[in-house]
Ligand binder design. Structure first.
Ligand code: SDX
Length: 376
């Protein structure tokens, strides 16, 4: 008789490989990208510089950053085929479906699709980084019956995204808050979507296929879809005075409370204090009449959840409300996460290829024992 193997359902606690891209340091509850604390990166560097760091391993000097920004700005526009094909998707489809389709289309168009050399993959990564905001913004506008706005090469990454969505760039504080969220969302080791990208890459498939699969993984509400689900929850509860009662009922029904809990952090997500600080500043200067009520409700649910379950919020909890107050439609929140995480995914794809081994675990069979096929 063979012994029963130890099962790690959900691969919880399993180290599947090594990585040089980022790590969560449990002792200090901190997250580093290429060795730098993420809060220091968010405070002192642009999202473009952080993206460069994730791909190249070092922060850019002034000249490198200028060249990187110029290359990114030149790659933003969609060609006519891309615009027309994406505009044929149903207006009602989820923007994550639009993004998944867009990445698949970019792959089909790219003659370098199957070139898995580092140089080609860095070029494809930069192209995705530049074009995905154009896709997201066009769909945000289409949902509101508006024509797309072309990217403006005079604007930085974050400013340009607001310009393409709303035709204007908001106050500096709002842009800062958005940039901080992008830096915090950019990378998080072997999370589900990154691991998906690495599994696809490990078969020696192409970068576009890996990113398409990663988008599918991120869409789910247990992963990136949670930032949208947080806003749906705030819309459902509405009144801060109802927060505790609503939570008691939801927990009694064994519902998962969106934006709370984490597979790796058990004493709080290290990114939350930074994002919560940015959200507080956003609320303080918001002219949205709903901001004070939403802020109170947000705090009331967080406190009630901690009192009852001692479970902390994750990054999606403050980010979801921040994106709402910036004016984005709820279904666009997870696509914004994609715009950022595409940097981490592609850094991992390149790393996977640098020491590739096919990812193919085992399963312990517990189905029926071998039996005779009925004859005739
Ligand atoms: C992201 O991996 C990453 O790095 C992901 C991410 C990234 O940057 O890539 O950080 C982004 O995906 C954040 C997570 C977003 N998801 C949610 O907010 C959805 C709600 N949260 C969960 O369902 C849950 O906390 C997970 C999925 C995030 C983590 O799940 P685990 O590690 O599998 O833990 P679990 O579901 O087994 O929970 C352990 C216990 C259970 O209670 P008991 O059965 O032991 O009594 O904690 C409870 C759970 O019921 N619990 C919750 C809860 N989270 C944990 N109960 C209610 N609501 C919750 N949110």
């Amino acid at each position: 008789m063979t012994s029963t193997p130890e099962i790690h359902r959900g691969l919880a606690g399993v180290y599947a490989d090594t990585t040089e891209v980022s790590t969560v340091i449990q002792e200090t509850n901190s997250l580093t990208y290429r060795g730098y604390a993420v809060q220091d990166l968010a405070a002192h560097h642009s999202f473009e510089a952080v993206s460069y760091l994730l791909w190249h391993g070092e922060l850019p000097d002034e000249k490198q950053l200028a060249a990187f920004e110029a290359a990114e700005r030149a790659l933003r526009p969609l060609n006519r085929t891309e615009s027309e094909l994406l505009a044929r998707l149903p207006e009602t489809c989820h923007p994550m479906d639009v993004l998944r389709t867009a990445v698949s289309l970019f792959g089909a168009e790219d003659p370098r699709e199957d070139d898995n050399g580092e140089e080609a993959n860095l070029a494809k990564s930069l192209s995705l980084f530049a074009k995905l905001p154009t896709v997201v913004a066009a769909h945000q506008r289409r949902r509101r019956g508006l024509d797309p706005i072309a990217p403006d090469p005079r604007l930085g990454y974050a400013e340009n995204f607001f310009h393409m969505c709303f035709g204007e760039v908001p106050d500096e504080e709002v842009v800062r808050c958005f940039e901080i969220s992008l830096t915090l969302y950019a990378e998080h080791s072997f999370n589900a979507s990154t691991f998906t990208a690495r599994v696809i890459t490990s078969t020696l498939s192409d970068l576009y296929s890996a990113v398409t699969g990663a988008i599918g993984a991120l869409k789910g509400p247990l992963h990136g879809g949670a930032n949208e689900a947080v806003m749906d929850m705030l819309d459902e509860v509405r009144d801060p005075a109802d927060a505790a009662r609503w939570l008691d009922q939801a927990l009694a029904e064994k519902r998962k409370i969106m934006g709370f809990g984490h597979r790796v952090y058990k004493n709080g997500d290290s990114r939350v204090p930074i994002m919560q600080g940015a959200l507080d500043r956003l609320v303080a200067q918001s002219d949205n009449p709903e901001a004070p009520r939403l802020d109170k409700l947000h705090a009331a649910l967080r406190e009630a959840m901690f009192e009852r379950k001692q479970i902390h919020p994750n990054l999606d909890y403050p980010a979801g409300l921040a994106y709402h107050l910036m004016g984005f439609d709820t279904p666009v929140f997870t696509p914004i996460f994609v715009m950022s995480r595409v940097t981490g995914w592609t850094a991992h794809i390149i790393e996977q290829l640098s020491h590739n081994s096919l990812i193919r675990p085992l399963a312990s069979y517990d189905g029926v024992a071998q039996r005779e096929v009925p004859k005739g």
